[in-house]
Write a protein that binds this ligand. Sequence first.
Ligand SMILES: Nc1nc2c(ncn2[C@@H]2O[C@H](COP(=O)(O)OP(=O)(O)OP(=O)(O)O)[C@@H](O)[C@H]2O)c(=O)[nH]1
Ligand SMILES: [Mg+2]
Length: 570
Amino acid sequence: MQAEMRYPKQLWPLWVLSSCCSLSRRDLICHRDHYLKRLSVIRRNYILAPWKRKRRLLSRDLLPTCHLNTGRKESVQVCNEKSNADIPETIFALSTPPGRAALAVIRVSGTQSLPLLRRLSKSNETIDFSPRKLIRRRIVDPCTGAHLDDAMVTYFRSPKSYTGEDMLELYLHGSPAVVSSVFKALEDSKLARLAQPGEFTRRAFENGKMDLVKVEALADLIHSETPLQVQQALKNLDGALSKRLYAWREKLMTALAHLEALLDYGEEAEIPDNIFERAFSSCEQMKAEIRQVVEGKSIGEMVRDGIQVAIIGSPNAGKSSLLNTLAGRDVAIVTSIPGTTRDIVQVPLQLNGVKVICSDTAGIRENEDVDIVEQEGIRRALEKASDANIKIIVQDAYNDHSGDKILEKFPSLLDQNVIFVLNKWDLIESDPAESQRMEQLFHDRNSWFNTLVKRNIPVVKISCKTGDGIPQLVETLHSFISKWLERVQFQDEREETAIEMLISRERHRNCLKETLAALERFGEFPKSPDSIVLATEELRQALNELGKMTGHVETEQLLDVIFRDFCVGK
Ligand SMILES: Nc1nc2c(ncn2[C@@H]2O[C@H](COP(=O)(O)OP(=O)(O)OP(=O)(O)O)[C@@H](O)[C@H]2O)c(=O)[nH]1
Ligand SMILES: [Mg+2]
C-alpha cells in the first residue's frame, strides 16, 4: 500500500518533495521512532512533521538541501527550491488613522522588509538591525537622498512577528506630508506594494499565527464600542473560545482516530474491544455541551451586535417620544397625528457598558382607515417585536382606556421579555378623576394591570414630557440585561468565561449547529462493526464543521492521535 504523504501548504520556504518519498503509512507507523528521530533533526530548524498540529515557518538558516534517511531504502528529500511566484509580495500600509497626529505608524511585511529598511535608512550591510528593538533612524528617500523624517523603527524577524513574515514598523511624525513622502519612497523602491484591506491579518492567519476565531475577535476589538464588547473580543483574542473548540476537536479526533485505526488495523493491532462504544460515549458528552450552546440564549451575539429593544404600542402612545428621550435627541418625528411613524427608526445606545439597539415602530391598530403604507409599517413593527430581545409596550395611560384589550392585542408578544410602560403620567397626575381611575385599577385584583403583575411583567409609569419615571424604566431595562449577563460575566481572570459569551457571531452558531447535526447522525448508527464506515464518515463531517469555525480543516493531525494513543501493530 502506498499512501501519498501530504504536507501543510505553509511549509515555506522549503518544499518537501513528496515524490521522493515512497513511504507508506504503515511504514511510517512501523518505523515511527526511527522516523521521528530523524525528522526531529530538521524540526529543530522549524520544519514540521506533517502530522504535527502547530505549523512553523522554516528557519532561514536551514541547509539548502537535506536528505532524511528513514532506515530503509526510501528517503524524504527536503530542499529550499521555491519559485518567485510562491513568495508573497512585500506589503506596506498605514496602520494609524489618516490625518494629523503625534505619530503615524507604517507597517511593512514580507521578505523585502529588511532590504527596505536598509535603503530607507541609507545604511550599509554591516549595520545590525536587531529584531524587536526600537531604534532611531533618519529616514531618507533612497532615490534622491532627501531627508524624509526622523523615525523610530522596529524590525521583527520571521516567524516572530504579527504576520509570521519579516516585518517593519516605522513610527513617523504624524504629518500627512511625511506619511505620503515615505509612502512614495516605499512605492518607488519597487520592493513593496500597498497592502489590501486586512492583508496583514490574512497573512497572519495563513501563516498559522491566529485562527479564524481570533481573526474575528481582532476585528471585533477594533470595532468595539462598549467595555463589554472590548472584554468579549479580548477574551477571544486571548484564545478563550479557541481553547474550548480545540478541546472538542481533540475529543472528536481521538474518537475518529480510534475508529480509523479499527478500520485500518483492526485485525492485527492491539486495539481495545470497546473502542466503538468509547467513541460514542465521548460524542454523547460533547453533543450535550454543544447543544447547550446552540439552543441557549445567544448572549455573545447580543453583546457584540447589541441587545435589540423594540418599542411597540398603539398609535400616539408616545413611542417616538420615548425613543427620543432615551436617545437624548430628536431622532424620530413626533406629532399628535396618530400613525406618524411608519418605518422602523433605530438608535444604538449604551446602557451601563452594554450596547443596546432601540427601535421605534409604527403604532399597531386595526381599522379600515389604515392605508397600505401604514399596514406595511404595522407588519414591520410586529416582525421587529417578535425578533427583539426585549419589548417595551407603550400605552397612553391618559387617553387610551383600552388596557384590558392589551392581553388580546399582543398575546404572543407578552412573554418574559416585556416591559409595560404607562406613558403621559403627567396628565394623570394633573387630573384627579384620572388619578382615581388608575388607583382603582391598581387595587382591583382582577384588572388587566394586575394580570400583568401576576405574570411578572414589570409596569413602569413614565412621562416623556417631564422625564419622570425614565430612570426607573432604564433601571428595569438594565435588570433584564443583567439577568442574562450575570451567568456569563467575566468575573475573574482565573475563572473560565461561559462559552455563551464567547460565541459572538452567527457563523459560530451555524458551524456548531452543523457539527451537532453530524454528531446526531453519528449517534443514530447502531454500535456494530457493520456501521463503522458510515458512522466514521459522520464523525469526519463533524470534525470538518468544527474545523471551519477556526479555519483549520486538516486530516493529517489524525495520525498524531493514532501514534500517541496506542501503538498499532507493535
Ligand atoms: N402630555 C404628554 N404628552 C406626550 C407624552 N409623550 C408623548 N406625548 C405626545 O403624544 C403625541 C404622540 O407622541 P408620539 O411620540 O408621536 O407617539 P407615537 O406612539 O410615536 O405615535 P405614532 O408614531 O403615531 O404611532 C405627541 O403630541 C406628543 O407630544 C407625555 O409623556 N406627556
Ligand atoms: Mg411614532
